[in-house]
Design a protein around this ligand. Structure first.
Ligand code: ADP
Ligand code: 5GP
Length: 189
């Protein structure tokens, strides 16, 4: 089986990891996005097989039984998220290195399974106040969901120490430049 490198981007929701991952995918680099499976419902313009593989909770549990996941978690109550083995294998077969936009614990689980091949990047918001502002400005969540995400973020920040790199996403243009530099450097290593 042909393998490649793995780039994990984890952060509290609203830190800007999706923005940075999308930026990386626009570069002319051999990178592919690992589409996660989730049991939550699509939001906004999200499409099945593009942003996520949207599964019912029953389908998700079936895949857990089949050991189809590299890692999975109930990130929020009733909402499962996981990385399918078949997804990483698909990208490796295409000669791509894999980008993950996943939860902090999931990110560290990937790193634990592939320590040499993984660069784990923690995207840190400049402050919790700014994080809240970004989540509100994104206007994709209900007030209850915003609160759930904010409650989780304080704990997530503690895990930042276990990542290879902490990237503070304050000035977006600078963070974009830095992320491209980090990825290129690890691809060469
Ligand atoms: P995540 O994927 O971590 O949940 P997003 O990439 O969706 O976060 O970013 C959350 C919101 O913050 C989005 O509306 C995005 O446009 C905005 N954003 C991202 N980075 C910055 C930044 N450096 N400064 C201000 N706003 C930002
Ligand atoms: P959202 O619902 O905002 O798309 O994602 C909620 C959280 O689930 C985010 O922190 C996101 O990074 C995380 N997530 C997305 N995919 C996965 C995955 O495959 N595994 C894990 N552990 N978390 C994921």
């Amino acid at each position: 089986m042909k393998t490649g490198k793995l780039f994990v981007f984890s952060a509290p929701s609203g830190s800007g990891k999706t923005t940075l991952v999308r930026h990386l995918l626009l570069q002319n680099l051999p990178l592919g996005f690992s589409i996660s499976a989730t049991s939550r419902t699509p939001r906004g313009e999200e499409k099945d097989g593009m942003d996520y593989y949207f599964l019912s909770e029953e389908e998700f549990r079936q895949k857990i039984e089949e050991d189809a996941f590299i890692e999975y978690e109930e990130v929020y109550q009733g909402a499962f998220y996981g990385t399918l083995r078949s997804e990483v294998e698909r990208l490796w077969k295409e000669g791509k290195n894999v980008l993950f936009d996943i939860d902090v614990i999931g990110g560290l689980n990937v790193k634990e399974q592939y320590p040499e091949e993984t660069l784990a990047v923690f995207v840190q918001p400049p402050s919790l106040e700014e994080l809240e502002k970004r989540l509100r400005q994104r206007m994709t969540e209900t007030e209850e969901k915003i609160q759930q995400r904010l409650d989780k973020s304080a704990t997530e920040l503690i895990y930042s120490q276990d990542f290879d790199v902490i990237l503070v996403n304050d000035n977006l243009a600078k963070a974009k430049q830095e992320v491209v530099r980090l990825v290129k450097e690890f691809l060469r290593s």
